[in-house]
Structures are given as structure tokens and as C-alpha cells.
Design a protein around this ligand. Structure first.
Ligand code: PLP
Length: 473
């Protein structure tokens, strides 16, 4: 049986089984494939996982409870989950050249919570236990416990500001990290749009954080993690990097040396579904001295691990260890740079003047639009992006003045730099044809323009079929 037949048969059979119970769900799953095939997906945090990754998730591993760690579970009969988790760890460590890997986090937010708790346990709880010579918190008297709880309060975190591209989990109020830590932000230089490491150093010296967080959701440049580690060492902070967005570029060896988070940080978190092209999930990589604390992720922060998703992580890590993944990672950056160049040459303002990674941020104020208006106008024209704040954004985080564009998904489909220039032209047509309306959300765009662009976008995609080996019709 050819690969095409095997994958098509697998997905067809799965849909048939679902349809027999709830046809509307089968229809929605099938429709999602059609929609994804037809849309020009430029969402920087999304990708298309391989059929092998998708199929590794749809099975009875999902039925098993396996709280605990490999070989030390709170449930009986976990031998196959042990096997799956150990293989995911083996591939994860080899892929990132990491001393320790923990693959249980269900998502990026969970991975960050595991890491924050590990840092607090290492820096606050362990010294407190040593002071009172107790092995764990359950052995402490009420007075000692009260002292420990007080020590946890007002711990400080230095993370990237939201408008410079940081993530909510880097100490911001709508997220629990902003309640666990007193947060101070570092931003970007107003003139270059790039991280100002001198200002970061000054801020760290003054603020004396327990933890410095590197990494971002919407910063288009490389980050020098070696300098950040030096700063952390100077002020006695633990240095954590959240590589959720750019893990694929680390795996594909586009970010090496000073730019490799694993080589420079004490602890690194990630999602597995963005540029890394795996299943939705998270992981933590750390230096050996933090491993015991990271292993407390379950039950401290997580419940039972999702064994079926760990299986898919193992498959995705194995795929990313193949030489062609390095080629893929480099093409992501080539495409993003081609897109930035195509937009700039047509008059767009690209934040920071370009990109070193998988994403481009454009300032749509140039077109007299908010991010909200631009996002919808592009969507109406078949181009899927998302609005995003830009540094010192006058329109705030809801309406924004920026559009974030990412290339991992279209690169998976096989589009290259020539197509990126065509996409820049399509975006330029939409943005220059859209007029701001009566509110920050309303706008006018001639239907003939959006229909023409949507048709051109569909034509562009026709040569790059998504999931070419999968036929569920
Ligand atoms: N960290 C960063 C930098 C992110 O950009 C995101 C998601 O966008 C997350 C963490 C959270 O990931 P998840 O949605 O898997 O919880």
C-alpha cells in the first residue's frame, strides 16, 4: 500500500467512526481540512503537523492515567506510557542538545508554570527547607510554613514588555505569572526597534530580579542569549528562555552560539506546535540541577500527562532531527526576510526594519488603519494574519497598530521567496485599498478588490497542496 493510500485510509476510517456517533463533528473536522487548504495562513504561531504526528495522537494512549515520572508513577500499568515518554525525552534531548527534558506540559503556558515553580522551589523553597533542616514542606511546623509562604511573596521577574513582543505569561496581570511575581519589563530601543541590552543590564542591576525571562511572541529579531545570561549572572538571577515561537529555528540550527537558548539559559520552555511543527503541547529543557524541581511539574502544576500527545511529540522531535528539517528552518527565515523586503519595497513600515526569524511585524498606521481594521480587511481577502501591538502602540493591545505575519505554515506547504513577493503584493493591494471607518474596528474595502485578491491567493496556493497524501473525499 502506498503512503498516500495508508494516510488517506487512516483519516477516512477515523472520520467514518466519528460520523457513526456524531456526524456534525466529522463534518467539522473535514471542513477544517478544506478551510486550511484554501487559506493563505500567515499566523506566526501556527503550522501544519505531519500526518504521522496527527495520527500518533488519535488512539488509546489517551485512555491511560500516568501521574508521576518515568518509572515512578502513581498508577499501575504504565509501562507503555513509560516507553513513549522516554522516547520523547530521548529525541527532545538529542534535538536540542539539552541535558534534561520534561515533555509532560500540556501547553506552552503549562510549561512556563512548571518552570516558574521549579525556579521558586530551587531558589526559595529549597533554601528555606535547608534552613529548618526539613526534607519537605509537610514536615514543617505552622510557624515555619508561614515563614516559607512569606518568602515566596514579592519575588521579582524581569520580562519583555507586551508591546515589544513579550508574552502574557512573562509576568503580566491577566496571567497568574503576574500574580506570582512582581514584574518589571524590558523593551526595545525606540530608534532601532531592537532589544537595548545596556538598558536591560541597568534595569536588572536596579531591580535585582529572581528570574529574567527571554523569549517572545512578536519580536522579529534574534536575541543574544549569551549577553542575557551574563546579565543574569551579574545580578544572581535565574535565566529562563521561552522559545515557544522559535523552537523550530533552534531545532533547525538557524539559531546557534550566542543565539541558542539551550546553551545559554538555566531553563528553557517551549510549545511544540508552532515553528517546531509538532502536536499542540509544551516541554521544558533544563540544566541538571533544576531537573528534580522540573519533575515536580506533576502534581505541582499539571495533572496526568497526555500520553497520546507525548507520542506525537516523540514523532515530531524525530522528524525535526532529520537533515531536511534544518533546510525547512532556514527556508522559514528566507521566506520571512523575502516577505519583509517585498513589503518594505512597496512602502510598508516594517518594525525594526526587517526580520531575523519567522515573523514580520508591520505598522499599519502608515495606511491610516488600526491593526483590527487591517486584520479584518486582509481576512476578507483570503489572507489570514493577526493584529498585534507594536512598540509604544498608541492603540493598545485590543485594536493595536500592527499586523504580525509568520512564515512557518506556508513554508511547510512549500511556498518560497518568489511566492512571498507575490503575497507582499496582495497585502499591499488590500492595505492601500482599505479606508478607516467610523470606529477603530470599521473600515471600507471595495468588494471587487477583496474578491480579486482572494482569488489570486487561492490560485497561488493551488500549486502547493496541503497534506498532498491525504484524500478524504
Ligand atoms: N509562550 C509564548 C512565547 C507564546 O507565544 C505562547 C502562545 O502563543 C505561549 C507561551 C502559550 O502557549 P499555549 O497556547 O500552548 O499555552
Amino acid at each position: 500500500m502506498s503512503a498516500l493510500n495508508a494516510e488517506s485510509t487512516a483519516f477516512r476510517s477515523a472520520l467514518e467512526a466519528v460520523r457513526a456517533v456524531e456526524p456534525r463533528i466529522a463534518d467539522a473536522i473535514a471542513q477544517e481540512l478544506t478551510d486550511q487548504r484554501e487559506s493563505l495562513k500567515l499566523i506566526a504561531s501556527e503550522n501544519y503537523a505531519s500526518p504521522a504526528v496527527l495520527l500518533a495522537m488519535g488512539n488509546w494512549l489517551s485512555d491511560k492515567y500516568a501521574e508521576g515520572t518515568i518509572g515512578r508513577r502513581f498508577y499501575a500499568g504504565c509501562q507503555n506510557v513509560d516507553t513513549v515518554e522516554a522516547i520523547a525525552v530521548e529525541h527532545g534531548k538529542a534535538l536540542f542538545n539539552a541535558p534534561y527534558a520534561y515533555v509532560q506540559p500540556h501547553s506552552g503556558i503549562d510549561a512556563n508554570l512548571v518552570a516558574y515553580w521549579a525556579i521558586l522551589a530551587d531558589r526559595v523553597e529549597a533554601p528555606a527547607l535547608a534552613k529548618v533542616q526539613k526534607r519537605n514542606v509537610n514536615d514543617m511546623t505552622d510557624a515555619e510554613w508561614a515563614e516559607l509562604r512569606a518568602a515566596f511573596g514579592n519575588q521579582r521577574m524581569l520580562g519583555m514588555s507586551l508591546d515589544a513582543g513579550g508574552h502574557l505569561t512573562h509576568g503580566f496581570r491577566p496571567n497568574i505569572s503576574g500574580k506570582m511575581f512582581d514584574q518589571r519589563s524590558y523593551g526595545v530601543d525606540a530608534a532601532t526597534g531592537q532589544i537595548d541590552y545596556a538598558a536591560l543590564r541597568e534595569s536588572a542591576k536596579e531591580f535585582r530580579p529572581l528570574v529574567i525571562v527571554g523569549g517572545y511572541s512578536a519580536y522579529p529579531r534574534k536575541v543574544n542569549f549569551r549577553i542575557m545570561r551574563e546579565i543574569a549572572d551579574e545580578v544572581g538571577a535565574t535565566f529562563m528562555v521561552d522559545m515557544a515561537h522559535f523552537a523550530g529555528l533552534v531545532a533547525g540550527k538557524v539559531f546557534t552560539g550566542d543565539f541558542d537558548p539551550i546553551a545559554n539559559a538555566h531553563i528553557v520552555t517551549t510549545t511544540t506546535h508552532k515553528s517546531l511543527r509538532g502536536p499542540r503541547g509544551g516541554a521544558v529543557f533544563c540544566q541538571p540541577e533544576l531537573a528534580d524541581q522540573v519533575d515536580r511539574g506533576c502534581p505541582m502544576v499539571l495533572g496526568g500527562p497526555l500520553a497520546h500527545v507525548m507520542a506525537a511529540k516523540a514523532v515530531a522531535f524525530a522528524e525535526a532531527r532529520r537533515p531536511e528539517f534544518a533546510d525547512y528552518a532556514q527556508r522559514i527565515v528566507d521566506n520571512s526576510q523575502a516577505l519583509a523586503a517585498g513589503l518594505t519595497s512597496r512602502g510598508a513600515t516594517v518594525v525594526s526594519g526587517g526580520t531575523d526569524n519567522h515573523l514580520v511585524l508591520i505598522d499599519v498606521d502608515k495606511y491610516g488603519l488600526t491593526g483590527r481594521q487591517a486584520e479584518q480587511a486582509l481576512l476578507d481577502s483570503g489572507i489570514v494574519t493577526n493584529r498585534n501591538a507594536i512598540p509604544q502602540d498608541p492603540n493598545g493591545a485590543w485594536y493595536t497598530s500592527g499586523i504580525r505575519i509568520g512564515t512557518p505554515a506556508l513554508t511547510t506547504r512549500g511556498l518560497g521567496t518568489g511566492e512571498m513577493d507575490q503575497i507582499a503584493e496582495l497585502m499591499h493591494t488590500v492595505l492601500t485599498s482599505t479606508r478607516a471607518g467610523a470606529s477603530k474596528a470599521k473600515f471600507d474595502l471595495d468588494a471587487a478588490v477583496s474578491e480579486r485578491v482572494a482569488k489570486q491567493a487561492t490560485e497561488l496556493l493551488a500549486d502547493f497542496p496541503l497534506y498532498p497524501t491525504v484524500d478524504i473525499s
